[in-house]
Design a protein. Sequence first.
Length: 254
Amino acid sequence: MRRDGLTRLLALACALAPVVTLRALPGLSPPTLTAPTPVRAAAHPHCLAAVERQDLDSPIGALVDAISNSKSGAVNKMLTDAPSSKAVLELVSAYVERLNPVNVATALHRIAVLDKRNRVERDSTINDRRFDALMEKVIEHCPNLTPRATADIFWSCATLKHWPALLLKPLLTRLAAHLEAEALEPHHFSLIAWALATLECKPVVLLERIQTQASTLANSFSSQNCANILWGFAKLRQAKQCLIKSHFDTPPPP
């Protein structure tokens, strides 16, 4: 009984002990040890950070994406509930590396909503280095903005009266992509036309495409949508006759 207990104890000790260097006894050759087979770090269920790019289509990759989307959704909720532009900038600073296209659009839109009637606060926000970091993220994410996020950023820039030169090309390029895909809705056309006029930005080719596509949706425009787009085209001195004709000539849906 005692010998069996000692045997089990030695077996446990060998299993838990680190690798021991064996010395050769006099007259004997040292034993040959086979190197252990390396184990991929990504195989451990707790090492999500070690998941390789080729594994992202696997169930583990789906889990990583789900966790990432959940975190981005939580950040978006905090941005939406932020009581002041300073609170928004604090969140931007804390999560700047985690912000996705929706997050940056939400952050800028929230700042515009909070500061649109307070010029002093608006100027203070725009001069804050954390706001510069946000705008850098907006520029970075421009190629992936949804139609709604694109319209929100146009509206936010116009409301804040802040139109950085570095944002001009990527944002107009994204607008062109949405027009090419015919992905914009009446509300988007309304906000974008109003914003371009407020910013005194007149991309003629894009405005012509907006006019053409908006004309086909004229019957879906609300009164506010009509007012915004017609005011925008008038301020930019862009022809708008077909917009007016389409709106009043299109019969209402049955």
